[in-house]
Design a protein around this ligand. Structure first.
Ligand SMILES: [Zn+2]
Length: 138
């Protein structure tokens, strides 16, 4: 059995290594879908309570919302954001959808999940037409 929940946030970023338009500072209305696989808990009748999903994933999304996500190697952008006193999240990776998937999975893995959960899948959409997806087994 699988349950899923969507989250949305607004975030600026740029891809320092990109040879095209994504090099420029720009933003997306991101959508994240998180899926939890596992047997239904016979007591609760649920795979996982959606409120617990929100407790695990919500703070991760809230941290990024209306911020600029910056690779820690992008010292020029960090300097500008500091001067502007603008909200930023400095991350140890280029802020692609793929790397954001890994980030979310690693953070979710740190949370105390119900014991019946066997797999977690993350899908990060930067646009309506594109997404990156990754999964971990617990
Ligand atoms: Zn982008």
């Amino acid at each position: 059995m699988k349950i899923a929940k969507d989250f949305r946030w607004e975030m600026g970023h740029r891809l320092q290594c990109h040879k095209g338009k994504c090099f420029n500072l720009h933003g997306h209305s991101y959508k994240l879908t998180v899926e939890f696989d596992g047997e239904i808990n016979e007591t609760t009748g649920m795979v996982m309570d959606y409120f617990d999903v929100k407790d695990v994933v919500g703070p991760l999304v809230e941290r990024l919302d209306h911020s600029v996500a910056v690779w820690d190697k992008d010292s020029a952008l960090i300097k500008v954001l500091n001067e502007l006193n603008s909200r930023k999240v400095v991350l140890p990776f280029e802020t692609t959808a793929e790397n954001l998937c890994h980030y979310f999975l690693a953070e979710i893995k740190k949370a105390k999940l119900p014991e019946n959960i066997t797999n977690v899948k993350i899908r990060v959409c930067e646009t309506e037409n594109t997404y990156a997806e990754d999964m971990i087994e617990l």
